[in-house]
Design a protein around this ligand. Sequence first.
Ligand SMILES: [Zn+2]
Length: 115
Amino acid sequence: MSNTGSSRSGSDGRSPQGGPGGRRNDDGPRGRGGDNDDRDMPWRRRGRRRVCRYCADKDLAIDYKDPQALRYFVTERGKIVPRRISGSCAKHQRAITTAIKRARIIALLPFTMAD
Ligand SMILES: [Zn+2]
């Protein structure tokens, strides 16, 4: 009888095995809710894909004569979508920018949109 009583007698109720107790301290200083990390990442925001379109599809060519494709990289007002939003890599973003500028000159894309 006395043996069983001693092991259970931990009236404190804290970590009976002693295992989880140590971990707790590590998570503490991180701040509130370490699980919410995802929300804090600015580049994780909203939908657009992170992978560069043109890297993903090698058959896809950046063509200034193809406004349909370039539309994707232009806002409604005619501005070029920044890389961090479009998700394209530096190399292709450069090509896209050039293509858009050319397309503007030959009037396939607007320089700007008036309301
Ligand atoms: Zn790319």
